[in-house]
Structure formats: C-alpha cells, structure tokens
Ligand binder design. Structure first.
Ligand SMILES: [Zn+2]
Length: 171
C-alpha cells in the first residue's frame, strides 16, 4: 500500500496542488485579527484565516487554500497544510479505505433460488424535472424548422405533406 508509506499529513495529489499555490506571486498585508488583504496580479482579495475563506471563493469551494490564502498563511508564520480540509488528510484516506470489500464470485457460482428474479423499480416521469428532455425537443423542433425553410427554397420538390409541421422524434 503506497499511501501507508507516505509520511506527509496530506494526500500526495493535494500536496501537489498546494505546492502550485505556494509558487504564485501574491503579496499579503495584515489587516487585523485573522484578516488579510492580498494583492495578486492586479487583483485584491480578502482572506479570513479564522473563517477559512477567500474573496476568490476557491478556498471555500474546494477546501484547499488558494494562492491568496497561502500567501496570508505564510505571512502569519503558519503552514498551509494546517488549513487544509480534513477530508484531504492521509489519516482520513486510510480511515475511509480501511474496510475490506469482499470478493464476489462469478455468475457460474451463483446459487439458484425458487423465487422470481427481482425486477428494477418502475420509474415515473410525472412530477420530475425534464429540462434535458425539453431542451432536446426544442433542438429537434428547430432542426425541423430549418429543414422546412431549406425545402421551401427549392420549388417543385417534395409532396408538401409536412404542411409546416416539423417532425419531432420522441425519445
Ligand atoms: Zn483566493
């Protein structure tokens, strides 16, 4: 097991991301209590180390200190590793994967039973959000309208059976 030999407190991929954030050119200014103003590439962000937030919202979103936060943490004479979300630590990783997933035999070893096979539940579209289906129907309608317009340009073609109604394919 690779991770068990790993000595850092945070997972390797996360540590790589943190190293990238450490390498950025940001300049933090202490504002008071746990708050900092960080200048970075012509932008200014507010970092709050107590709330673990940054104006760019990246730290809030993914739990890894962003380049602005890393700058503020460094100015505060602390390590960015201390401000990483606990879900990224080596201990959490080991805790999550400590349980064994039992091996499952192949179909040839399955035991036959006298009961009927279990069927999947019957799904109903009633009351569901069908935005993707509505969007797909709209696209098909638009394609149908374009085809109708294109057909109208060439005189004498087709039998005129569509009569302005685009075809809609029901999925
Ligand atoms: Zn930030």
């Amino acid at each position: 097991m690779g991770i068990e030999k790993y000595t850092s407190t945070i997972c390797p991929k996360i540590e790589e991301k943190l190293e990238v954030n450490k390498a950025r050119d940001c300049f933090a200014h202490f504002a008071g209590e746990f708050k900092f103003e960080v200048d970075c590439h012509d932008q200014t962000y507010m970092v709050d180390l107590k709330a673990m937030t940054c104006g760019c919202r990246m730290w809030d979103l993914i739990g890894i200190p962003c380049m602005h936060a890393v700058s503020a943490i460094t100015l505060n004479k602390q390590k960015p590793d201390e401000y990483i979300h606990p879900c990224y630590t080596r201990d959490t990783y080991l805790n999550v994967y400590k349980y064994m997933i039992n091996p499952i035999p192949g179909k040839h070893d399955w035991v036959e039973t006298s009961t009927d096979p279990i069927q999947p539940p019957v799904m109903s579209w009633e009351g569901r959000n069908c935005m993707w289906l509505e969007e797909k129907v709209q696209v098909l309608l638009l394609v149908g309208e374009e085809e109708e317009e294109g057909a109208g340009e060439v005189e004498g073609e087709g039998d005129g059976s569509h009569q302005g109604q685009p075809e809609v394919m029901v999925l």
